[in-house]
Design a binder for this molecule. Sequence first.
Ligand code: BGC
Length: 700
Amino acid sequence: MKKRIYTLSVILLIMLVNNGITQSNQNIITIESAPLYKNTKAPIEERVEDLLKRMTVEEKIEQLSGGNIIYNIAGITGLVSGSSGFNTPDNERLGIPGLKFTDGPRGVRIGNSTCFAVSESRAASFNTKLESKIGYAMGLEAAANGHNCLLAPCINVVRHPGWGRAQESYGEDTYLLGEMGKAFIEGAQKTVMANAKHYAVNNIENTRQFVNVIIDERTLREVYLPHFEKAVNSKVASVMSSYNRVNGLYVSENEHLLKDILKEDWGFDGFVVSDWFAFKIRPLRALNAGLDVEMPYGISYGPPLDIAKRIGIIPMESLDDSVKRVLRQKFRFGLFDGKVNVDKNIYKTEEHKNLALESSREGIVLLKNKNNLLPLSKNISTIAMFGDAANEARLGDNGSSSVTPDYAVTPYEGIKNKFNGHIILANNNDTTGAVSKADISIIVVGLTGQDEGEFLGLTGGDRTNLNLHREDEDLIKNVCKSANKCIVVMEAGSAIVVEPWIDDVDALIMAWYPGQEGGNAIADVLFGDYNPSGKLPITFGKSKDQYPPLLTNRLRVTYDYYHGYKYFEKNNVEPRYPFGFGLSYTTFEYSNIDIKNNGDEINVTFDIKNTGSREGAEVPQIYVGFENSKIDRPIKELKGFTKINLLPNESKNITIPIRIKDLEYFDTTKNTWALEDIQYNIYVASSYKNIRLKGTLNLD
Ligand code: BGC
């Protein structure tokens, strides 16, 4: 008997040493070979449940914030540079890796990552396939630098072009925002978690920390949220709650936005992370409302939640739900199952450089081209270049979206790379000599991170004046009045009012902040090595008074239903350049519209032909109008688009699907979506003003 007990004890001891022990709730010691949560083959939900039940309450709380500010000095310095401090702690006892965040969306903030054109420019490409590739490249670069969550895409509505962070988003239209955001997420999430930010109604920069946005439910659901729902349907891993208040409550405490809509209506199963330093929130209120993770430190979460636990008031159901959401994504993205191995030097590859070039080129919008001055012949003898941005690479704002690439090509360098004639880099204060010697004068002007961007006190913030700087306007007038031919290239994050000088110029190009390959892309367009195909993702008005007011610096604002082209059209206001507009060096002919109702979808089919002499890409856009609607609806709104490349004389038959669901409106009397039994007008167009084909659809 003694011998049997001895043998059993030895076996038990060996098993303990080899396999580890777990303690169940009933305090019975159980022995297992390997915990279920470590089994890579087990279903994610089972792994989550298994791990959750092994965690102490303190460990659960620890999962939900970026750790203690006092002990995280490295984090504080990292905050300034964005290089570190964006992590939640690793749990060594159970082997739970922390979340490691880094910023986007024009490239990865850490290291010398590739700097792509800003999102506003990429929206102008209307090219979702390209956006997916860019998302994929950024995901790889984020992983190469040891990160597992990329804080992009930014999908806030550019309600007004003066919004400081307009450049980080995809323009004014809900549908376009949703499609581009979805494409980015699908690309990025092949490697790391993406983050759809900033949820929601975050469209003013200067007072973003406190502003209370009053908004009715229909406007919220139809204008400010559908693109976030699309992000959720694309299985985005995380969503960032914005700083501002919506109808009185900070978003991080807003149960209606976080729970009712995001988590319940849309079935979001990822986690909500607060925008950085949302410490004004009340911990239990936020936890119960659906904020899962507080970043970059646990100021409202962390110690306050520990105290709540000690005094027995921690809401365990909410706590567990938040922890499960975080664990679920950690399992899904393989954090437990070994590191994703990406070469640190991936940003140096030709593939990523070419992608940066492609993103800059496709975003460039040709706005004016009098007498087809462009493309320029490479045989001209002298070009004079003017403007502060001529030999400067303007990459965009100085805030969280900054990227520090290895190199960045200026417009002057780009032109020099392909033009063998004489280039004069002129002095802005003494233009006469240079103008008189040049066949072509090119003025490169625009804005900087000082003028617009994330509000950092002394730099960035909203733009209350939509014009160029006065000295740049004067420079344009000065040069163009005596120039042989003059071309303006603008670099900025959003719409610019061009009225004071547009009649003086022969050609105008909107290059946005074009990224590290910007100079080469601009030169490609100027000399016709690339035929411009960008279309405006935002309406260019004739003055700031044509838009609804920006309402910057206010602490309480009311958002109406209309903004952007829908506002212009509803109020019969004629913009300078409409949403969806952009010229090409070739021409396209549209014909033969056919509309078929397939139940869940309508198929709009038509032919498109390149009738010019150059290869080029066109962006056919489908707008829908609502004939005899009983409610107030836009005259028409974008519901579909595609991008198509055609050789000279080539013609293609295109089908663009429209979801019937996208024709619904939000019926506030029943608190649900409803479909009107009316005639829907279907427009195939090359901007919201330029309708090429028209058809109708009745749903029965
Ligand atoms: C910005 C976020 C950014 C975060 C981390 C915040 O100030 O609003 O967009 O992701 O900082 O850098």
